[in-house]
Write a protein that binds this ligand. Structure first.
Ligand code: ZN
Length: 273
């Protein structure tokens, strides 16, 4: 079995261009979800974690988890979505966490630091990230960290909490070098690896995937984004976890079965599935 630890099924099936408020899935959207999940199952992907990036998307992830037994939700505020009133979103998250188990909320995020998209408010990003780290510690949940062009900043913020034994999580779409891979692993984090590892220019990431312990890797698609090289340009889908697992097996000269087993065990332990 394989697990997609970072998917945006909600973005795959819904047009968010005009989103203003949360609405439950329509019948058509539910059918679309079922198709994506069935395709994933046919590629041995048995579980999908849908990751929230703001309140409305988080609520949609929860709605999907409610309808499909093999889907789980995380709630989070993405650094590029950290609006001026971000605190109000955290208050809403706290309300949702009162029903953590019944809503199938298994993590906080994605949250973190993004210096790639210009015009960001560094202070606000940091504060929203810290608030979500603290929420995760309080509820004993792992965090899903989004970190882009911000290795030092992300590391420093997480390192401030290194004496919190319950803080754990994944560095989603890990994109830094071996040195930072080790630093995050030393803090107790795992690395989320996905389609970008198959991109021709990404030798740095392949080196990381070859050298870190297999127990420090979990698999993700970030669908609909970041499709693997063989389907690049198309909409990504959780079914492609299989391609990523096979690619990593080949890279590490290990059996596909071993990659599937160990990454799934790590995921189940981390997210308490
Ligand atoms: Zn994502």
């Amino acid at each position: 079995m394989l697990i997609d630890t970072h998917c945006h099924l909600n973005i795959m099936i819904r047009d968010y261009a005009a989103k203003k408020e949360f609405k439950p899935l329509t019948e058509k959207e539910t059918t679309l979800c079922q198709e994506v999940i069935t395709a994933a199952n046919n590629h041995n992907v048995t579980t999908i974690i849908n990751v929230g990036t703001d309140l409305i998307e988080s609520l949609t992830c929860i709605d999907i988890a409610k309808r499909f037994s093999n889907c789980f939700a995380t709630i989070g505020l993405h650094p590029t979505d950290a609006h001026a009133n971000w605190q109000t979103t955290i208050v809403e998250f706290k309300e949702l966490l009162k029903q953590q188990t019944s809503l199938k909320i298994i993590g906080i995020g994605e949250c973190g630091i993004d210096k790639y998209h210009k015009g960001y408010d560094a202070k606000r990003q940091r504060q929203a990230f810290q608030a979500q780290i603290e929420l995760a510690i309080e509820h004993n949940l792992p965090i899903i960290v989004h970190s882009r062009d911000a290795d030092i900043e992300t590391y420093e913020i997480l390192a401030d909490y290194k004496n919190e034994p319950s803080l754990k999580g994944t560095i989603h779409c890990f994109s830094y070098n071996e040195n930072y891979a080790q630093k995050f692993i030393d803090l107790g984090f795992v690395l989320g690896l996905g389609g970008t590892i198959t991109y021709p220019k990404n030798e740095t990431l392949r080196n990381v995937a070859k050298t870190v312990p297999l127990e420090s890797i979990i698999l993700e698609t970030d669908a609909p984004f970041l499709a693997p090289q063989n389907v690049r340009g198309q909409q990504n889908s959780p079914a492609h976890i299989r391609t990523i697992a096979e690619f990593i097996a080949n890279l590490r000269n290990e059996e596909y079965k071993t990659i599937a087993k160990i990454t799934s065990e790590t995921t189940n332990n981390l997210f308490n599935i």
